[in-house]
Design a protein around this ligand. Structure first.
Ligand code: ADP
Ligand code: MG
Length: 338
């Protein structure tokens, strides 16, 4: 459904100089700086997939989405969505896609929601019957009817997001792009939006690409994630594989009595293992000894028995690494993840 091959996007900007003097100098200078926002990215997404496109701020997520929606053209490489180059054939492409940007609405601010939908029906050439059927379905999954006659500006953020999602889906697009669809929403509304996305995907086999900072979105929606960092793809695969590869970190928190001894304590030394390989972090603060280790190479009881020989322990806690931390870890390691 989506084929992105070696896509690169450079933004060329006039060079900036500091200060007022610099601003004036900049006006008369022809010097340019080039920002490579997307750097040789390739992936294919099949029909019916829900893919999480994730990365830290400024990684190039929105730029990639804009290329896939046809708003921007790539500086290099090619992009095809449902067999169409979205930037060259924007009108045809518009029929195939729906887009929601979490940060701003695509609806008419002062009009009742119902009128926005009527306008969209005309824009997308939706037949009366298709409109009736789709509205019935959208009402069911997004519960729009409660505020359908209210002006968009009077809607709560959660209502507005449901309205935006409904508007993006009115013409039943093959591909749905969601840029931060749950940003700023409370848990109940988040849940509602996620359920709606799942139901739409199940009913129509809609392909969904979403960017998000919300680990919950990824865990509950995405069978596949693509991670980008500084414009480059650093991971493409299932969440399970990601967890297997990076999620073997365990943290053992031990409350200890003998503070002095614990502060100079090296379990790696005692266990006879190489610290940098098996024990990634050793932290000691306020009588809490935290040992972070690779669960593939060491077992908690192994460490525990060793430590207990040396130090008196009053409490124990074992924690698996959270997905959020795994993702952070990947950012830190950059291209090592591929
Ligand atoms: N229109 C633009 N002109 C210049 N630089 C841009 C433009 N759009 C984005 N960038 C830069 O490209 C990089 C990627 O931006 P973006 O795709 O918005 O990242 P993300 O959505 O992952 O936060 C950032 O460094 C950003 O400043
Ligand atoms: Mg963005």
């Amino acid at each position: 459904m989506i084929e992105v091959s070696h896509v690169t996007k450079d933004f060329v900007m006039p060079k900036k100089y500091p200060g007022l003097r610099g601003a004036i100098k900049g006006l008369f200078s022809n010097e340019k700086t080039v920002k490579r926002a997307v750097d040789d990215i390739s992936f294919q997404i099949g029909q019916g997939e829900i893919v999480g496109y994730i990365g830290s701020n400024g990684a190039g997520k929105s730029t990639t989405i804009k290329i896939m929606t046809g708003i921007l053209s790539p500086s290099d490489g090619t992009c095809f969505v449902a067999g169409i180059d979205p930037n060259r054939r924007r009108k045809e492409n518009a029929q195939n896609i729906g887009v929601v940007f979490g940060q701003r609405t695509q609806l008419w601010w002062d009009l009742p929601l119902s009128e926005s939908f009527t306008i969209l029906k005309e824009i997308y050439n939706v037949s009366d019957q298709a409109y009736r059927e789709q509205m019935e379905f959208l009402n069911q999954v997004l519960e729009l009817s409660a505020f359908f006659d209210k002006p968009v500006r009077t809607l709560s953020l959660g209502q507005r997001m449901r309205a935006d999602l409904g508007a993006a889906l009115l013409h039943n697009p093959k591909v749905l792009y969601l840029d931060e669809p749950t940003i700023g929403l409370d848990l109940v509304v988040k849940d509602n939006i996620r359920r709606a996305i799942r139901e739409i995907n199940e009913k129509y086999k809609t392909t969904v690409v979403l960017t998000t900072h919300d680990i919950g979105d990824i865990e509950e929606l995405c069978s596949r994630i693509i991670i980008i960092d500084e414009g480059k793809k650093i991971y493409d695969g299932s969440l399970e594989a990601l967890k297997d590869t990076y999620g073997t970190k365990r943290t053992l928190s031990l409350e200890v009595k003998q503070i002095q001894k614990a502060s100079g304590f090296s379990p790696a030394e005692i266990l006879g293992v190489r610290e940098e390989e098996c024990i990634t972090e050793l932290d000691f603060e306020n009588s809490l000894l935290k040992i972070t280790f690779d669960g593939h190479k060491l077992q908690a009881p192994q460490i525990l028995s060793t430590v207990m020989n040396e130090i008196e322990i009053t409490d124990i806690q074992l924690k698996e690494t959270e997905l959020a931390e795994i993702v952070k870890e990947i950012y830190r390691h950059g291209t090592e993840g591929e």
